[in-house]
Design a protein around this ligand. Structure first.
Ligand code: B12
Length: 156
């Protein structure tokens, strides 16, 4: 279920204020919600507009929401340990749509159950089609740097 989005600055698709239109979402098997709320607040504080799809989002719904809203960035958050499997499947579903082949999609959190040793998950998820992968033991700095470096899209 989509979490209520309050306080997101500007209008989705506005693009004039330099902020990005970002979809934040959990993955199909993952019931954890607070990481998604955290990501939403983190991105909104940086001036971006966020649609938070919430937890347990089926791949088909994620695809449908991305097709409908045409985001500048999709941020997938996962902590239950199945993220590397859910993520691989979800990015396959997104990249299978020609309209979403070029959409920026990143994933982060506790990607598996082996903590910092889970580097193979990172490589695998990148190879599957993610633009970037952020394992949570690295903290938020790499993600912040990545998002801050993204150019705002000029919508016509
Ligand atoms: C609350 C909780 C639950 C609640 C969730 C309720 C809810 N509505 O959210 C309930 C009881 C439902 C639950 C269930 C389960 N949980 Co739980 N849960 C927790 C707990 C205690 C806190 C999570 C939380 O809310 N943290 C607060 C948020 C803000 O922090 P966060 O989730 O860690 O996210 C941070 C980072 O991971 C990172 N991050 C996350 N996503 C992303 C994405 C990006 C792009 C970036 C950059 C960063 C990032 O940034 C966040 C802020 O620092 C943690 C243990 C803990 N102390 O962390 C376990 C934990 C996440 N759960 C765990 C597990 C295993 C489960 C279950 C499988 C247990 C079971 N056997 O049933 C189920 C899974 C259910 C499912 N289908 O997903 C494990 C995951 C193990 C792993 N991955 O190695 C943990 C770590 C506990 C543990 N130590 O074993 N859980």
């Amino acid at each position: 279920m989509e979490l209520e989005n309050t306080g997101s600055p500007g209008t989705w698709g506005g693009g004039l204020d330099g902020g990005l239109d970002i979809i934040v979402s959990g993955l199909a098997s993952d019931a954890h919600t607070w990481n998604l709320v955290y990501l939403q607040l983190f991105l909104e504080e940086r001036g971006h507009r966020v649609r938070n799809l919430g937890a347990c989002v089926p791949d088909a719904m994620l695809v449908e929401q991305c097709l409908r809203h045409d985001p500048d960035l999709v941020v997938l958050g996962t902590v239950n340990g199945h993220g590397w499997q859910d993520g691989e499947r979800a990015i396959g579903a997104l990249r299978a749509r020609p309209e979403l082949v070029g959409t920026r999609v990143v994933i982060g959190g506790k990607l598996g159950i082996d903590g910092p040793r889970g580097v193979s998950h990172t490589d695998r998820l990148r190879a599957a089609g993610f633009d970037a992968v952020f394992a949570d033991h690295a903290g938020m700095t790499p993600f912040r740097s990545y998002v801050d470096a993204l150019p705002a899209r000029v919508r016509t």
